[in-house]
Design a binder for this molecule. Structure first.
Ligand code: CTP
Length: 396
């Protein structure tokens, strides 16, 4: 399954490093070309000679080792990798990478690679729960890095809690899955809309909604990391666009419609995760409105239904809509599939804890045009994004 795939395993300085040779051995047995990069601290727990013998490749431990043949080591490993997995990943490496620090061979390879990066953290429970560490995890996840959750149990430091390296079977499966997915959307173009729109009444006042763009951005990051070209048309949000996507910022529903019309014919897959305003003030004032003594009446007019337009005009494209509902989730979503000629709708009940606007997790139902339905339980929006892509790949 992994024959010919280049997997770079980074090892950092945690006691769980003693388990990594077993993982490397399993990967080598499946035919993968495994290259190990160790931090200085990792070499205190396990020797490079062990890893070299098992991986059958030289182990890299320093930036300035003299290579056997001429190459810039951190770049050649970063370029060659189909996947980079850091096992175990300490709070230190995750903190460094999330801050953009590249001061040793491993952090440098991570910074320089375009391959998917998987971190498998293992550490003391209090370190794992530390809010600084958790915010670093979230930041890296928002850039498309993948994580495996540690197991709960007895820790080497004597504590009980979350922080154990997950079982090697789980890590192996995750690596194998990621390697086989890496590049599965190459040659495909996604057009993704995300975030809210703003409908301005005057230069300072607007009607909008609470969409933060997280779900659409997670899909954009996931599609990019799996080799797709991604055009991301986004309303105003506070998160950075994933690396490598073509980002088109817009404000109003009309702007979004114009951008979508310009690009939809280039796309193979269109995902409309944006929360588009259905109404916009009929009149918008060039200068700031002054208050008057009485009530203010504003007339709103309908905005163009972008998804409806796409459903009517689509050719070969796979069209994915979103439905954020507070009641009759499934019935409403099914109506939208028909009304807007969709292939798939991602429906969520925004009244559920852990679903909808602003949360880091989502709970969704995938409903297909043939009526069949699939529940995706609560999980990180990045994971939901990959699940959606896994289903989309089946369409091709
Ligand atoms: N959508 C769109 N253009 C609009 C409004 C919504 O493209 N002007 C898209 C959204 O991006 C989303 C889907 O349509 O993919 C949501 O469906 P919609 O029927 O518009 O949902 P609501 O706006 O919640 O409308 P309703 O009041 O009918 O439930």
């Amino acid at each position: 399954m992994l024959t010919g795939k280049c997997i770079v395993i980074g090892i950092t300085g945690g006691i769980a490093a003693y388990k990594t040779p077993d993982l490397v051995s399993r990967l080598v047995k499946t035919g993968a070309d495994v290259h190990v990069v160790m931090t200085e601290a990792a070499t205190r727990f396990i020797t490079p000679l062990t890893l070299q013998t098992i991986s059958r490749n030289p182990v890299t431990t320093g930036m300035f080792e003299t290579p056997e043949k001429w190459e810039v080591k951190h770049i050649s490993l970063a370029d060659r990798a189909d996947l980079l997995a850091v096992v175990p990943a300490t709070a230190n490496i995750i903190g460094k990478v999330s801050a953009g620090i590249a001061d040793d061979i491993l952090s440098t390879v991570i910074m320089a690679t375009k391959a998917p990066v998987l971190f498998v953290p293992a550490m003391n429970v209090h370190m794992y729960e530390n809010p600084v560490f958790q915010s670093n995890l979230k930041k890296l996840a928002s850039y498309g890095c993948r994580f495996l959750e540690p197991d709960v149990g007895g820790l080497a430091c004597g504590y009980e809690g979350k922080g154990r390296l997950p079982g090697l079977d789980i890590i192996f499966e995750e690596i194998a899955g990621l390697v086989s997915k890496s590049g599965d959307f190459s040659g495909k173009t996604f057009l993704i809309t995300a975030g809210p729109t703003r409908e301005y009444l005057d230069p300072v006042r607007f009607l909008s909604n609470g969409s933060t763009g997280k779900m659409g951005y997670a899909i954009a990051g996931a599609a990019r990391s799996r080799g797709a070209r991604v055009i991301l048309v986004s309303g105003p949000v506070n998160i950075p666009a994933p690396q490598g996507v073509e980002h088109i910022p817009v404000l109003s529903a009309r702007d979004m419609f114009a951008a979508v019309k310009e690009h939809y014919q280039e796309a193979d897959i269109i995902v409309k995760a944006a929360a588009v305003a259905d109404y916009s003030p009929k009149e918008s004032f060039a200068n700031k409105m002054k208050k008057g003594p009485g009530d203010l009446e504003v007339i709103f007019e309908r905005t163009p239904d972008i998804l409806h337009y796409l459903g009517e005009n689509k050719g070969k494209q796979v069209l994915v809509g979103f439905a954020a509902e507070t009641d009759n989730v499934v019935e409403n979503a099914i109506k939208k599939i028909t009304a807007k000629n969709l292939d798939l709708i991602v429906a969520n009940d925004i009244t559920q804890r852990g679903a909808g606007f602003g949360t880091d997790t989502n709970i969704v139902k995938l409903i297909y045009k043939d009526g069949h339905m699939e529940q995706i339980d609560k999980m990180a929006k990045e994971e939901v994004a990959h699940r959606i892509l896994d289903r989309l790949i089946a369409v091709f």
